[in-house]
Write a protein that binds this ligand. Sequence first.
Ligand code: GCO
Ligand code: MG
Length: 424
Amino acid sequence: MDKDMRIAKAEVFVHSPGRNFVTLRITTEGGLVGYGDATVNGRELSVASYLRDHLAPMLIGRDAHNIEDTWQYFYRGSYWRRGPITMTAIAAIDMALWDIKAKAANMPLYQLLGGKSREGCLAYGHASGREISEILDSVREHMEKGYRAIRVQSAIPGLNSVYGVAASANAAAGAGKGKGASSARYDYEPARRSAVPVEEEWDTRAYLNYIPKVFEAVRNEFGPELPLLHDAHHRLTPIQAARLGKSLEPYDLFWIEDVTPAENTDAFRLIRQHTTTPLAVGEIFNTIFDYKDLFEEQLIDYVRSPVSHGGGITPLKKIFDYAAVYQIKSGVHGPTDVSPIGHAASLHLGMAIHNYGISEYMQHSPDTNDVFQPEYTFTDGMIRPGSSPGLGVTYDDKLASQFEYEAAYLPVNRLKIDGTMHDW
Ligand code: GCO
Ligand code: MG
């Protein structure tokens, strides 16, 4: 083993510059430093402990070059394989090791993954509004910012707050600097800072009746060319999902996402029989096995796993290659709860694979960007990596330590009619 590549330190940071992030920093004896994103929104401390208490001690002394072996060591070697906490912890290690290897090779990471397959990675932003006129304004603002593909989410008449609708007018800009600006910064999801999740309400019937009207208005205003996307956030039964897909066919969506909970992948067989609207799934998947049946029966069109929740660059490359056999493309999850390190990792992989589709790109707050200093840029609707070796992201731990972790949870959802818990 090259002594310089021996892992000397593995540190875990949990801070909240703009929102909570868990960050892994691995340092080799030769002084190379690699970063990994270990953030699971609302469950941050469990990944931090998994890494700090269990995996970090086993990393010391290992050869940072042996990425595949290290991945298998933690995946097979834990016995308790799979699951979001385990896989995000392993993903952070994998990202950090690829970052180190690319720095050792003195190349931006995409070079090691096969080099550039494209000039940049097409990205979509999130337009939303409480009324149709607000949605149209929001789409227009996104186009002005350069987006060439836009996800559209809408409030539903009669429901107090709905997933994907910006909580405040300045949310879209990721506004807010320093402490106290948190409500605006927790934009769309909204992972509000509170000891318990806030409760939202839901009515599937109202949603299914209203959403086609939203897309009709957007198409009437912006014409047929603009790629439009929509996230149903796991709220529908298979037959309701089929109806949504069918009712949106006249508006030619790029995709609908998470139309039904995907634990039972058979559901997609039914949906597929009824609609040609493309389907995207996988932001809460974490292994290749979650995708196996969906791929082999060609039941979906886009893979949503980001590097951070999909177990790392090493397994996600395999997932994308497997998807390519079935002409399925990438459509990676890129919300603000994926840190700039996670975004950068997905971006380098997206630059290299042939079956790239699109990426979600929610822009981080200024506080987040100050701490991570991402080198990637967003111009002309595309994210592009920089040219420095590795992932092109860093972590200013001194600055980060000014932003203390505070518990923040995603909302929960109850049916409006009787308060039954529903998928959020
Ligand atoms: C998306 C997602 C997010 C998630 C969030 C959970 O498509 O961007 O659905 O909004 O809800 O990332 O932490
Ligand atoms: Mg989603």
